[in-house]
Every structure is written in structure tokens, then in C-alpha cells.
Design a protein around this ligand. Structure first.
Ligand SMILES: [Fe+2]
Length: 252
């Protein structure tokens, strides 16, 4: 790829697949809605160079759920960055990774995509332990001449919904303190919140992406389901470090 070209990414998240393709997640068949999203991506003229997947791929942690998801990734024939969320079984996710799917790092032209594991055992909240933070630092410093995108499952910012703010990334401040001196970090992408979110902190673009199945209502003190359809995010990266992004809603 010519380094002057723009890079196109697709971000999908929170698929909540299970061993059985008939299982429901909050009254939706998540396997069907995942397939609707994938079909839309494959039929679109907007061809991605890479895919980022920010956790809760599985709802039951089964090997079958990862195989169902990853077979589709392989058919896209592009690099995939895929990290675990609070519903995932990390060991099974890692077992099912294949050659073009990494849970840690993808590099395309002058952009580096770093995946972080924020998941905790039997706890819906997220935390970046010292190993994750030092791996992040190492990757940033190794690629100091490239633009960096960080991907994690839990939101590292408050989104003004108390119930889900309470189960976001616990050590947000530590995370931002660590990254604030690196000016080549251009974007942060996350899942977990099942809704669209955009913000900017210290010139870093911050994006939450809706789920491929059921969405949660924004700005609510208590959990409430939304009526919005499945969705995914398109991202365009320019060589000067700017990011343009929109959400595609799947109206079936
Ligand atoms: Fe989650």
C-alpha cells in the first residue's frame, strides 16, 4: 500500500455470540444480527484494510462462538485486531486466533493498532494491570514515528450513564497519565457501552461503537435497552494523523 493512501478500518464490537446459533441475547438472535452486519460490510463499496473488534465477541465463552466469529473474519482476508471483553473467555479466544487475527498488534503502513486486555475475572468492570500498561508503553515507544490507535473493551471515559460508568475502566486516570506525553496517539476505540459515543481529549479522538446486536439507551441512570438496530463503525485514517468516522446502522 502506498503510504499516501488513506487507510480504512471497520470497528465491530459486542457481538455476544453463543455456542448455539439459536441462542438469544436480550431477545435478539445475536448470530443473525452479526451476519447482517458482516453481509453489509462485504457488500459495501467501502472496502476496509483492517478490522478491529473490541470484545464481548462471545456471551458464553465457548470455542464454538469464537470459531463462528473468526470464520467470518478469515473470509474478509484482512488483518484483524481482536481483544477480549468482560463476557469473553480469554483462553478460548486466544486458542481460536489464527494467522491474520492478533489480540495485541497490527501495523498497516504508518499506523499502529494496539490492543489492550482490560477484562477481569467474574467482574464486569475493566482494569489495566501493570503488565498491560508496560506492554502499551513498549509498543508506543517502539513505534514512535507512526500514528497510534489504542483499542480496549471498557470505556476509559465517563459517558453520562451512571450504571455503565460504574463498570467502565477503573484506572482511567492512570491510563491517561501514561499516554499523555506521547503525541503520536491519535485515537482510542472501545466497546462495552452498546451505543454511539464521540469525544476528544488532548487531541486524541475517542470513539465508542454500538453493538452488532442490542443497544443500550444513552444518558440513563439505570440500565435501559434502546430500540436502535445493529451497527458498526467505519473509520478513515489520513497520513497526517486525522481520523474521520461514522456509524452504519443496519436497517433490515
Ligand atoms: Fe462488556
Amino acid at each position: 500500500m502506498e503510504s499516501s493512501e488513506k487507510i480504512k478500518l471497520v470497528h465491530i464490537t459486542d457481538m455476544h455470540l453463543s455456542k448455539s446459533k439459536e441462542s438469544l441475547y436480550k431477545e435478539v438472535n445475536p448470530f443473525d444480527s452479526y451476519n447482517e452486519v458482516l453481509t453489509n460490510i462485504k457488500k459495501s463499496n467501502w472496502k476496509p484494510d483492517a478490522l478491529i473488534v473490541t470484545g464481548d465477541i462471545s456471551n458464553d465463552g465457548s470455542i464454538e462462538s469464537y470459531n463462528n466469529a473468526f470464520n467470518e473474519f478469515i473470509s474478509l482476508k484482512i488483518p484483524v485486531l481482536c481483544i477480549p471483553g468482560n463476557h469473553d473467555c480469554k483462553e478460548n479466544l486466544i486458542t481460536c486466533l489464527s494467522q491474520n487475527i492478533s489480540s495485541r498488534l497490527q501495523i498497516i503502513s504508518d499506523w499502529v493498532f494496539i490492543g489492550l486486555d482490560t477484562s477481569l475475572k467474574e467482574n464486569p468492570s475493566g482494569f489495566l494491570n501493570s503488565n498491560e500498561l508496560s506492554t502499551l508503553k513498549t509498543h508506543i515507544e517502539e513505534h514512535c514515528k507512526k500514528n497510534i490507535i489504542i483499542c480496549l473493551h471498557h470505556q476509559p471515559v465517563l459517558i453520562n450513564s451512571k450504571w455503565i460508568d460504574d463498570i467502565g475502566l477503573e484506572n482511567k486516570e492512570e491510563f491517561f497519565e501514561m499516554i499523555e506525553k506521547y503525541k503520536n496517539i491519535k485515537g482510542i476505540f472501545f466497546g462495552h457501552i452498546h451505543q454511539e459515543f464521540n469525544s476528544n481529549i488532548n487531541n486524541i479522538s475517542i470513539y465508542g461503537t454500538p453493538s452488532t446486536c442490542k443497544q443500550f439507551k444513552p444518558r440513563k441512570k439505570k440500565f435501559e435497552l434502546d430500540v436502535l438496530p445493529p451497527a458498526y463503525r467505519r473509520i478513515e485514517l489520513s497520513r497526517n494523523g486525522t481520523i474521520n468516522s461514522d456509524v452504519v446502522w443496519i436497517d433490515s
